[in-house]
Design a binder for this molecule. Sequence first.
Ligand code: SF4
Ligand code: SF4
Length: 425
Amino acid sequence: MNWKEILGQVFLDGGPSTCQFAITNACNAKCGFCSFSREHSPKADSVQNFGPVGLNSSADAVSSSSGPLGLAKAFPSSTCESLPTAAPACEQAVSQVTPTSNPSTKPPVSPKTLVQLSPGLNAIDCLYRNGVRFLIFTGGEPTINPYLEKFMQHAQELGMESLVVTNGSTLSPEKVEGLIESGLREIIISIDSVDPQVSENNRGLPGVTQRIVEANKIFADNGVGRVASVTLSKILGDLTLLPQTLKSLGFQAVTFSFPLVKLDSNYLGYKDSDLVSYTPEEMHKLIDDVMDLKKSYAVLNPSASLEDMHRFLDKKPQEFPCLGGFKQFYLDWNLQLWRCCNWRRPMCHVFEFNGSQIIRDGCTECMIDCYRDASVMQACAVSLADAVHAACFNRWSLCAKHLFNMSNMRSWGAVLESSHWLDNL
Ligand code: SF4
Ligand code: SF4
């Protein structure tokens, strides 16, 4: 995707969309603040499927390059396997399912599942036809899905950009080369503490630090961006020491994830744990600390988004509404498409996605950084598209209102703050 195409989409409808594609709900780590953890599966029988390939042993997970591929054999049949493999007519399909504000019960937890090749490729086609140009492959641990590289190659052929979020444990030199050859532009690796030993212990992945250092060297030699993803938790340690740690590991920038103790979708990247339980006062202090860190290291969370986080904690109206369901989406391992990781019900199956399910309701229900940070950066593009549409109908005062406001300036500021990220893409 080039800048010309991006600009065209900006004028048309506010720019390209982004989808977080969770290509598995399995993980080989045991992070204390995450329910994807190998030790926190709600279905003990499905966890036992890890046994034969040794991913209950963290040492195996780190040292065996065949482990991730072998894992597929140990999985129960994915529900995705039974999905149609012919190119779906997702443009024609119309789903009547739209999220409502009515509370509904939390969806049942899925058994461990890998998105299979053919349905995964078709899902990417459907996303492409609906304006998604940035794919963030996530999980669980996405690198244990043996089709990850195939999905990335397909996305690249379509002109989409791929990012991968990983715990780093499977990044052998061969795996790294494979990801680079498949068009990887940016790798996002989770780090839990300024002390690498504390990070390894929390993950239950001994040796993962050295693996990350070696992988980052190869990524750097090939011009792949390297971003650390750090959850704000009580094992993080002295934040002022973080830049030193991240530089020694070969990272260029950091993005912080705010603690999540509950999510309303089927996404399990949360846990009601003391490690991530903070009072509002403690959260205010942490946000200020993150803001301070911007002076000494590349922090990708926009300042405007951090300011909105303060407002959210104070229960005040926020400046930037979330674009989840409009410009950002979450696709799960059963290929259900959601507006975000925190909505109560899916929008539709991805094969039914045809644009009619789009939601633009100015939601500010939560402050999940993945959606809110991106929304702040895309707000100026959406305003520009709104102004163009208003001008098309000769509504000049509305057009001017969309163009000339302080929020646009702050959104542009957020784009500039993240210029490192955008440069890589
Ligand atoms: S935080 Fe990431 S690496 Fe840790 S258990 Fe959750 S999905 Fe796995
Ligand atoms: S504010 Fe939260 S719940 Fe609302 S769309 Fe965004 S991520 Fe989802």
